[in-house]
Design a protein around this ligand. Sequence first.
Ligand code: ATP
Length: 471
Amino acid sequence: MSRPKLLVVEDDAALAAQYRWAFPNCRVLLAADRRQAEQIARAEQPTAALLDLGLPPDEEGVSEGFATLATLSRLCPGMPIIIASGQGQREHTLRAIGLGAYDFCEKPVDLDVLRTIVDRALRLRALEEENLRLAALPRPSPIRDIVTADESMLRICHTIERLSQVSVPVLLLGESGTGKEALARALHDMGPRSRKPFVAINCAAIPEPLLESELFGHERGAFTGAVKQVTGRIEAANGGTLFLDEVGDLPPALQAKLLRFLQDQVIERVGGRTSIRVDVRIVSATNQPLEEQTESGRFRADLLYRLNSLTIRIPPLRERGEDSLLLARWFLARYAKEFGRRLRGLDASAVEAVTTYRWPGNVRELGNRVRRAALMTEGHTISASDLELSASPSASDTDLDLRAARLRAERATIERALARSNGSLAAAARLLGVSRPTIYGLLETHRLSPSQTTPPDTAARDTAPSDGDTP
Ligand SMILES: Nc1ncnc2c1ncn2[C@@H]1O[C@H](COP(=O)(O)OP(=O)(O)OP(=O)(O)O)[C@@H](O)[C@H]1O
């Protein structure tokens, strides 16, 4: 293993030479002023630093020492910085600790004491790096890109692993950001079709007039503007997997056409006469209650039976126990590495916030918040405010209060009903099995208004800074 690098910022040459010999287990890198310290920090990313506060041109004061402290903290987040301070500088030392310095040692320095401090700092740093490394290690989940320790999710992952070997259609149900597309991809990647294309199409994102040609392709001259023949996504997925996202939004005419394809395995391009045989595995997903939609006639029951040979319900993140924390640490390790930042982990406020927040945008929102925090934080640890979350009161106290727990569950159920009924009070009352006057009373109790409650997927996109779908 390579020796840890200790940056020593000291303008007194005799003292600096003494330090060089005092740490035989380290590679000591000497800097006499801020500029040299900055150069070494950039080039070497030292493991720890020892910093004298009285540096030129302000040897008698501390301004240059503090400026160097700020520079080093910025360039090497997470690097423990030990202050070597003159006697009577207690106030400055405390200020330096407040600004993130790791520890201090008074001058004239007792080398044994200093060695103990440096040793401790190096061990701490090694532990933190080990923690980050462990957090990034493969997880028990059988699917490479799915991180979970939750029993129900692990069962789903094992089911996906088994289903990847057979070509039956699978319907994935779950809120936005729960990992439906990631699981669809796993079904494809782990199975015999993995060398063929995986083609995803979001049925809600493409305007209805274009969707037919997008799915089935068209012949030249099929409609105004069809200047050349175009193959559709179904054909493009031949031999592989077609992922139909938001399948509940498929318009009725296309539901009929898709059903014909699922029955006969042949398609006709728009404006075409020839039947083209296509072999694809269909995986579909939705966050809408498809069964209810078949009852109301908005979704064809015969199509649903073709799509849902197997239905997998993916739980929202808030119902996956400790997964939010596990994932937050995993994303942090991943982004710290990607952005080349030394981040120690989550502080207590972040742990509290991550475990108590309801994550309406699920894993996507969590990944986005951690990514932004990893980029933007100026400290060595991520706090609740870096995640743009408020640290809520300790759950342990409130959880024991039965009345508060009932009220929380009641509020959450009402919010879900309102979200599902797009804010229609009549529909929400029906879903909740209560009368309209009762729902008004409930809204008042919980200080909710129908318009406040956005459907979960919309809410997710609002809170997400940008799409975090990095592979
Ligand atoms: N358990 C998980 N472990 C690691 N990453 C995950 C996990 N679940 C989801 N992700 C990641 O979160 C992001 C969102 O997931 P995905 O796109 O699969 O969700 P979705 O349910 O298809 O969302 P939508 O319904 O909005 O399309 C992706 O970057 C995905 O890789």
